[in-house]
Design a protein. Structure first.
Length: 417
């Protein structure tokens, strides 16, 4: 019998200015310990681009105004591979942009956008919204979505990162697989990908599918109990299980349920929240997993949109975020906002605003079962990007989503198991 999950702890992470406005139908992915956020919708479709430092709980707005940058996007996707972010779909005026391949690339080192022209004569996907994109090896795979004037799609596309070549794996006449849908959720797995729910026609679905990269076939996975019919939910890979959060039913919207599927037993479990820490219901949000548990087989990844199997060797802990790598890797770890005591000030001395902001917003990695210790901003800033990425504590960030409930700054919730 599968072991039951420990209760989840949900913590809101208040965002100080500057920070993105609250939104839904946006896209997020992680790279080297940072989370990138692009576009979405508030009262109107947005054209902005942000980078979030997980360690310091701090946002930086990046340029998205060049002619090569994306336009206003919603319902798009964004994934990361070897330092390049790939944003696909989400154009709001598909009739005007019907000729355009909706793919943009962002170099995280140079911080510059470029538009992908595609190769002459090759088949390419048209604009769509509400699709899913996962990374497997050196390619990304795009399923479904809603295409203006056509409706829900069941097209399954592959884009090779190395060659820039598109390939249609299955088209409108595909007889096997999840069928036409949008608003579903998908996540990568070392052997392929999993897909759950979404809208097919006017009806939400509650089916789970697995695609095998080895033989290019879809398999319907029969599970026990589990989530209801959903649209606008999120799903990530965690250890040997799937974590599914939120979403919406037509008559019960939105939901704040966290479900866990054991991929060996194919049995769903509803994960309880620690009393008093229940998150709000969300749909059309983004979920980003941090730490080794959210990476396939517990190994380190060079990039992780939702856990893509581009594997790198795990290295020993070598930064200053914790005095003992073994202690905090073995216990329950949380991201906490650092709240140190303020140093004493003379009567004629004013506190430096920059120093105050650094001390207030810096996050600390802490194993409460083993020790109690806090670190200054300077301790964190000495760490390399690679070491921070490899040793982030295991946490799931739920970013944005409906309802916006009048909140001006972006909603960010953290979940730890």
């Amino acid at each position: 019998m599968a072991q039951r999950s420990s209760p989840s702890l949900w913590t809101p992470l208040p965002q100080d200015s500057p920070a993105p406005c609250n939104r839904f139908r946006h896209a997020c992915c992680s790279h080297k310990g940072d989370v990138y956020l692009l576009g979405g919708r508030e009262n109107m479709t947005l054209r902005d681009f942000w980078k979030y430092s997980v360690v310091c709980n701090e946002w930086t707005e990046l340029d998205c105004s060049s002619e090569w940058a994306p336009e206003e996007l919603e319902g798009h996707t964004m994934v990361s591979h070897q330092g390049i972010l790939y944003a696909f779909g989400g154009l709001t005026d598909s009739a005007y942009n019907d000729w355009k391949i909706p793919l943009w690339l962002f170099d995280t080192e140079k911080e510059k956008w470029r538009y992908s022209q595609g190769q002459t004569g090759q088949p390419v996907p048209v604009n769509r919204k509400g699709h899913t994109t996962v990374v497997l090896g050196s390619a990304m795979y795009i399923y479904g979505g809603y295409i203006d004037m056509r409706g829900a799609s069941q097209e399954f596309w592959k884009y090779d990162f190395d060659t820039g070549v598109w390939a249609l794996l299955s088209g409108v006449q595909a007889e096997q697989g999840p069928g036409p849908r949008y608003g579903h959720a998908a996540t990568a797995h070392p052997q392929g990908m999993y897909l759950y729910g979404g809208l097919s026609g006017l009806r939400e679905q509650r089916d789970l599918w697995r695609w095998s990269q080895a033989n290019h076939t879809w398999t319907y996975i029969k599970t026990y109990s589990g989530p209801p019919r959903l649209v606008g939910h999120s799903m990530v890979l965690y250890q040997n299980s799937l974590l599914l959060f939120g979403g919406c039913e037509s008559h019960n919207c939105p939901l704040n349920d966290l479900w866990r599927l054991d991929l060996t037993a194919h049995r769903w479990e509803k994960v309880a929240a620690i009393k008093g820490s229940n998150p709000p219901g969300k749909f059309h949000h983004c979920a980003v997993g941090l730490g080794r548990g959210f990476q396939p087989s517990g190994t380190g990844l060079t990039d992780s949109p939702t856990g893509s199997p581009t594997i790198s060797k795990f290295r020993p802990f070598k930064n200053k975020l914790s005095p003992s790598p073994h202690q905090w890797l073995e216990g329950a770890i949380e991201l906490q906002t650092l709240q140190p005591e303020k140093r004493g000030l003379r009567d004629d001395e004013e506190e430096d605003p920059k120093e105050d902001r650094e001390r207030r917003t810096c996050l600390v990695f802490e194993n409460q079962d083993a020790f109690q210790k806090t670190w200054d901003f300077e301790d964190v800033s000495d760490c390399s990007e690679e070491s921070i990425e490899q040793h982030l504590p295991e946490a799931l960030l739920v970013i944005g989503g409906k309802p916006l409930v009048g909140q001006a700054s972006l909603s960010v919730w953290q979940m730890t198991l």
